[in-house]
Design a protein around this ligand. Structure first.
Ligand code: FES
Length: 108
């Protein structure tokens, strides 16, 4: 089955300066929105360790650092820095002017 996707505005570039991360919530889902040197990406917002809120973490190079126990997740690939076989999901982001748009499955 092919899920249809929709683009949802989740923020403004002016609110997400380079080398920062923020949390976005859509329905029951949370995402960590990263800006690494001007490149905006999104990964799942829930840490695979104990469920920490990645969007409330900090950036360390290309990685988001979980605020709970400092596990690190790559903003582009979602991979854990210590064990790359563990990955949080990644999501497509488009930037349109100042709008940050996240591609998410269509909601009923
Ligand atoms: S919950 Fe993220 S490092 Fe423990």
């Amino acid at each position: 089955m092919v899920e249809s996707m929709s683009l949802v505005k989740v923020g403004s570039l002016s609110q997400l300066p380079a080398d920062s991360v923020t949390e976005v919530t859509l329905g029951n889902d949370t995402y960590a929105l990263c800006n690494v040197g001007g490149r905006v990406t999104a990964i799942g917002g829930t840490c695979l360790h104990r469920g920490g809120p990645l969007g409330q973490g900090a950036l360390h190079g290309n990685n988001v650092v979980c605020p709970w126990h400092a596990w690190e997740w790559d903003c582009q690939t979602g991979a854990n820095d210590f064990d790359p076989s563990q990955k949080v999901p990644t999501f497509t982001v488009q930037v349109d002017g100042d709008d940050i748009l996240l591609e998410v499955p269509e909601r009923a």
